[in-house]
Design a protein around this ligand. Structure first.
Ligand code: NDP
Length: 304
């Protein structure tokens, strides 16, 4: 992102700094676990194929594990892998006592039924929180275990910036299984960091701007660069931009740059607080993934 104008700097919610704080907590927990059990929480990351973006994501997860003192395994299957081969890998990881979290990097090649693969992961090792069992728990308001990485990252950004959603109107743009739906479940839950009145919008929503202008907290997860403009928000709104979109930029070294779903320049003047892209929600997702792996380790110890 180009340098933020001086007048907006105090409005920024610094995801990089908050993720670093959570990762310091993760590293301390991993060190305490090593001392108590002589073991490390273990994460297995399964990559099917050679999608360049997926390769980058997988590498950064493995690197973060090493930094924080977590054990990790990277399993790479060829682009031509069959459904059975992927399921066999998942089942073998389910039975591997050194592995407490399993993640199959999305998107897999088209011949793979992603939901069937997710369903095969032991719910106790489902660190993405995508398994129907964990999604169901979330909707029932049970936040005691594994939590959806990006949406919980958003909740942490709010909490650690002193913003309470209680009684506020939270408007979520997007209803995907990864972001929009679990985000709504977390914000509408009862209790701390929740208790919001939630509206979920999507591509069939009518009068979208009328709804977004009533948001106290606006969470954009649409996947469209600069979709939210200044005239779609009210003064004093808190804006969380989940979007990660690569757009052409001839002035950038690689010819492209990352932008969010929010048009920062027109929205920031009206916002009370706002996340940048990059450096907002992005770094939180991995921090929560690490937290979930530690959580899965601890739960496995309780079962023994
Ligand atoms: P999806 O494509 O799965 O979902 C997009 C949602 O936006 C859909 O619900 C869609 O509606 C809705 N939508 C699309 N166009 C409009 C419109 N014109 N008006 C209103 N709603 C619209 O995306 P994801 O949820 O997976 O991701 C959203 C963004 O967040 C992407 O940019 C992605 O890269 C980013 N992301 C970032 C992460 C992070 O770590 N920061 C993690 C995950 C995602 P409908 O359902 O009707 O089609």
């Amino acid at each position: 992102m180009p340098p933020v104008k001086e007048e907006f700097v105090s409005k920024l919610i610094d995801g990089k700094a908050i993720a670093a704080e959570i990762n310091r907590e993760n590293a301390a927990e991993a060190a305490a676990i090593a001392k108590e059990y002589g073991a490390s929480p273990g994460l297995a990351v399964v990559l099917v194929g050679k999608d360049p973006a997926s390769q980058v994501y997988v590498a950064s997860k493995v690197k973060k594990c090493a930094e924080l003192g977590l054990y990790s395994e990277k399993i790479v299957l060829p682009e031509s892998a069959t459904q059975q081969e992927v399921l066999d890998v998942v089942r073998s990881l389910n039975g591997n006592p050194a592995i407490h979290g399993i993640l199959v990097q999305s998107p897999p090649p088209p011949q793979i039924d992603e939901q069937a693969v997710i369903n095969a992961i032991d719910p106790a090792k489902d660190v993405d929180c995508f398994h129907p069992f964990n999604v169901g728990k979330l909707l029932l308001g049970d936040l005691s275990g594994l939590l959806p990485c990006t949406p919980w990252g958003v909740i942490q950004l709010l909490e650690r910036s002193g913003i309470s959603p209680a009684g506020k109107h939270a408007v979520i743009l997007g209803r995907s299984n990864i972001v929009g739906k679990p985000m709504a479940a977390l914000l509408m839950a009862k209790g701390k960091n929740a208790d919001a009145t939630v509206t979920v919008c999507h591509s069939r929503t009518k009068n979208l701007a009328e709804i977004t202008r009533t948001a106290d907290i606006l969470i954009a997860a649409v996947g469209k660069p600069g979709f939210v403009k200044g005239d779609m928000v009210k003064e004093g709104v808190v804006v969380i931009d989940v979007g990660i979109n690569r757009v052409p930029d001839p002035s950038a070294p690689k010819g492209t740059r990352l932008v969010g779903d929010v048009d920062f320049d027109s929205v920031a003047p009206k916002a009370a607080r706002i996340t940048p892209v990059p450096g907002g929600v992005g770094p939180m997702t991995i921090a929560v993934l690490m937290r979930n792996t530690i959580c899965a380790f601890k739960a496995s110890m309780k079962k023994k």
